[in-house]
Design a protein around this ligand. Structure first.
Ligand code: PEP
Ligand code: MG
Length: 325
């Protein structure tokens, strides 16, 4: 097993006809970096910073955040590390930070919506990120962006924080790539506009599917309605990738779908550039990518995009994958 893993790490995630795919890992705490490296990730595509805030008894100070970000950046030795700013609220209840009782928390005061209004709190995280940027290859990502005004507000706060640091003569990397999660349908629908304002997109399918089909991702009663291959979801993903590529942006996916065996060839055919998943899934997804060609993947996508229902698509894809692998 271990030697198999090492052998896989030596190989690139390259399709049979030579397209190179970037496979990255999702992490929640800095301690996971060892596993990320062992499984041969090309970088960290999603560091869920809210887990720093979920530890009992404390809200991390700027200094504590800085240390955590620096640890991850240093350990990754120049490989990209995408740190997502605080995604609080919704199903992520952090008592010391956000204790508002809402009727519809998933449609509520979540993530960037919360941070924009708690500007000083948000700036503390941005300061920690900017200060840590000199230790590696940092990318900053905003969660739950729903439209251009929200994005502009977040970008303005980032600029203001940079100005503060300049005044204090504190070093940071000036041109840190800034990206957004595409996980709200309105963001996907306006991705042509948003693409002009950022350096990259990362599709968060966990939320994008939930909001597109209006099905709570944590509610078991309606779990069968949670359909990654719903034509509505696939069309949105295709639209996001096309709009991003038109502006020369790279598109990542960091929702569960990116690490799903049955989705992997479809995502390839849709043109996804970066897959970010739990580190242990990387070797298996790499094996699949290495055994198909782009033309096969594009043909599969052409066929399923003409189908009418999740059921038809799901059955077709499962047969296709089982025949091939
Ligand atoms: C997502 O929504 O797909 C995602 C990656 O973010 P999270 O699961 O942390 O909401
Ligand atoms: Mg999300």
């Amino acid at each position: 097993r271990e030697s198999e893993l090492l052998n896989m790490n030596m190989l690139a995630a390259e399709t049979k006809d030579g397209k190179l795919i970037n496979l990255q890992a999702n992490i929640e705490i800095p301690e996971e970096v060892d596993s990320v490296l062992v499984h041969g990730a090309d970088g960290i595509g999603l560091y869920r910073s809210e887990f720093l805030f979920m530890q009992p008894g404390r809200v991390p100070s700027e200094e504590q955040q800085y240390e955590a970000y620096k640890t991850v950046l240093e350990a990754m030795e120049g490989k990209p590390v995408t740190i997502r700013t605080l995604d609080v609220g919704g199903d992520k209840f952090i008592p010391k930070v956000n204790n508002l009782a809402e009727n519809n928390p998933l449609l509520g005061w979540r993530a960037i919506r919360f941070c924009i209004e708690h500007k000083e709190f948000f700036k503390q995280q941005l300061r920690a990120l900017l200060r840590a940027s000199v230790f590696g290859n940092l990318k900053i990502m905003f969660p739950m962006i729903s439209g251009v005004e929200e994005l502009e507000k977040a970008l303005a706060i980032l600029e203001e924080t940079k100005d503060d640091l300049r005044k204090e003569k504190i070093n940071f990397i000036e041109r840190i790539p800034v990206g957004i999660m595409i996980e709200v349908p309105s963001a996907a629908m306006t991705s042509d506009i948003l693409a002009r304002k950022v350096d990259f997109f990362s599709i968060g399918t966990n939320d994008l599917i939930q909001y597109t089909i209006a099905v709570d991702r944590g509610n078991e009663k309606i779990a069968t309605l949670y359909e990654p291959f719903h034509p509505g979801v696939l069309r949105l993903i295709r639209m996001v990738i096309e709009n991003a590529h038109e502006q020369g942006l790279s598109v990542s996916m960091c929702g569960e779908m990116a690490g799903d065996l049955y989705s992997s060839v479809i995502l390839l055919g849709l043109g996804l550039d970066v897959y970010s998943m739990s580190a242990i899934s990387i070797p298996e997804i790499k094996r699949i990518i290495r055994s198909v060609s782009m033309s096969e993947a594009e043909e599969l996508v052409g066929t399923i995009m003409a189908m009418k229902s999740f059921g038809d698509i799901d059955k077709y894809v499962r047969n296709w994958m089982e025949e091939k692998f």
